[in-house]
Design a protein around this ligand. Structure first.
Ligand SMILES: Cc1cc2nc3c(=O)[nH]c(=O)nc-3n(C[C@H](O)[C@H](O)[C@H](O)COP(=O)(O)OP(=O)(O)OC[C@H]3O[C@@H](n4cnc5c(N)ncnc54)[C@H](O)[C@@H]3O)c2cc1C
Length: 298
């Protein structure tokens, strides 16, 4: 029930206007995002890199409602790619198609996506296309496959394993050696076997291009399961990547690095932190007590 409530709050305009204006809410949310500007984001990535952790930068924003906003969001993503290139940090980027115009006009979104992938390709960088609401899954997968067909193969996708269609999606994607970030699920064996069949590509030396399977979770049981299965299948540690969110389970991130796995942290930044933060509260309502206890301390 709490989960649905926070998901509702993440979408309600009135709640966004009220809550995002509260200094306390911003301070509490700050644990989960790296700041407002690309410079702050790059600084956070540099600190992660110093701890042996790779990153993927997400300029927060989704469901843009005008063409101008979609163009602006595309420009912001190009800026962060340039900033990664300039600073030399070990990071790629994560984007959402609704951020660059999917809900307004698929043609506009397609053109923006091509622009982003071309810029990333010039810089030997990689773009992960996040997965959104299940209503957008079919079009997201189609657009992703279309980019590969055009030769823009420096992108990967996210599969949410709780969807019925994910089984088939993973089978199709790994057959073509495409890079998949798996969130919440039990399809790891298929992903690992697909990577083995593709010759176990490892994370690139500059840390930008991930291996085929990326397991994105903070759930220790799922991580242990993934480690066990990878060992059984004979997948080298560098042919699999664990991914976690900024501000969550730092201890686990470091343990996995110490074991020799690539670990990538998803680092969101920007002014539009509100829906992202509400989704984090929905996952773990206990975080609300963290805010309340801070409120009592103030
Ligand atoms: C790198 C990355 C990228 C992602 N990309 C997408 C995407 O594109 N599309 C999509 O739908 N979803 C995405 N997700 C979210 C994912 O689907 C889950 O909602 C999220 O990871 C929580 O699930 P979990 O597997 O960590 O397990 P859970 O069972 O939710 O959590 C396991 C443990 O992790 C810790 N934990 C988890 N969440 C929190 C939190 N908010 N605050 C504090 N501790 C917490 C707790 O210790 C908890 O017991 C992404 C997640 C990661 C890590």
């Amino acid at each position: 029930m709490m989960r649905s409530f926070f998901i509702y709050l993440s979408k309600a305009g009135w709640a966004q206007r009220t809550i995002s204006g509260l200094g306390l809410a911003r301070r509490a949310a700050r644990r989960f995002f790296a700041g407002d500007t690309p410079a702050e984001a790059v600084l956070a990535v540099r600190q992660l890199n110093e701890r042996g952790i790779l990153a993927t930068l997400d300029h927060l924003g989704e469901n843009t409602s005008t063409r101008e906003e979609a163009t602006q969001a595309t420009g912001d993503i190009l800026v962060v790619l340039d900033e990664i290139e300039r600073s030399g940090v070990q990071s790629n980027v994560s984007i959402k198609l609704s951020q660059i115009g999917l809900l307004l006009d698929p043609e506009l979104c397609r053109a923006n996506l091509v622009k982003i992938l071309e810029r990333a390709r010039e810089q030997n960088n990689f773009v992960r296309i996040d997965m959104e609401d299940s209503s957008l899954t079919p079009v997201t997968v189609e657009m992703f496959e279309e980019m590969h067909a055009r030769g823009l193969d420096n992108c990967g996708i996210v599969i949410q394993s709780y969807l019925y269609r994910s089984d088939n999606d993973i089978a199709n994607l790994v057959e073509h050696g495409m890079r998949v970030r798996l969130v919440k699920g039990a399809y790891k064996e298929m992903l690992f076997a697909g990577s083995k069949a593709a010759g176990c590509p490892t994370v690139s030396a500059d840390g930008r291009v991930p291996p085929i399977p990326a397991i994105a979770t903070h759930d220790e049981k799922r991580i242990e399961f993934a480690e066990r299965k990878a060992a059984e299948i004979g997948l080298p540690k560098h042919a699999l990547e664990f991914q976690m969110l900024y501000g969550i389970r730092r201890d686990l991130q470091e343990q996995l690095v110490a074991k020799g796995y690539p670990v990538r942290v998803y680092v969101p930044y920007g002014e539009h932190w509100y829906p992202y933060y509400m989704r984090r509260l929905a996952e773990r309502p206990a975080n609300v007590w963290f805010i309340v206890s801070n409120l009592l301390k103030d």
